[in-house]
Design a protein. Structure first.
Length: 189
């Protein structure tokens, strides 16, 4: 295996990001996790679920490159969460049901379970992605391409950096919602 300088660094950043998401979501009072302060503001639970879906889809994309004959199944699918959470037939959004593209009324209609179940899913998807990243080296990070959620080719490194930027935007929304809901966030001064 070649060097793992960038692979290790990206793995550390992913693990840190997932820890921040978990910490921020765990800090929300369960009765506030599904509150939408306005018709266009998704809840903390929605933002967490959406991050988890992106983690899960990206992990599956990278896993498919590692072993095209047996990529790991998304945690969402392996656990049968669409059915278990009563979301069969519900609009789950673009890019394989990630919540992307849903308008305010569609995201409001998404009856996610209690925040602990959502967070358990996010953690499971995060662990799966981290395990996939632990199996690759810098050559893969910098040179190997996969198809991203938009249907475009991207190097694995680009895919991971895009994920980090995207997840951080939603983490910021979670933090802002915590403040709007009267709670202190991890970034509160």
């Amino acid at each position: 295996m070649s060097d793992r300088i960038w692979a290790d660094r990206l793995g550390e950043w992913i693990a840190w990001n997932h820890q921040e998401v978990e910490e921020s979501v765990r800090g929300v009072a369960p009765e506030l996790a599904h509150v939408r302060p306005s018709p266009s503001a998704p809840s903390v639970a929605f933002h967490a679920w959406h991050i988890g879906r992106w983690v899960d889809r990206n992990g599956a994309a990278i896993s498919g490159w590692l072993d095209p004959t047996a990529p790991h199944e998304e945690v969402w699918l392996a656990r049968g969460l669409t059915e278990r959470w009563g979301l069969a037939g519900v609009a789950l959004g673009d890019f394989g049901g990630t919540g992307a593209g849903l308008d305010g009324s569609a995201s409001a209609a998404l009856a996610l379970p209690d925040i602990d179940q959502v967070l358990d899913y996010v953690i499971g998807a995060s662990i799966a992605l981290e395990a996939v990243l632990a199996r690759i080296d810098d050559d893969a990070i910098l040179e190997r391409t996969v198809v991203d959620l938009y249907g475009d080719e991207a190097t694995i490194g680009e895919l991971i950096l895009n994920h980090l930027f995207h997840a951080d935007r939603h983490l910021g929304m979670i933090e802002a919602l915590r403040g709007v809901l009267g709670e202190r966030g991890t970034a509160t001064v």
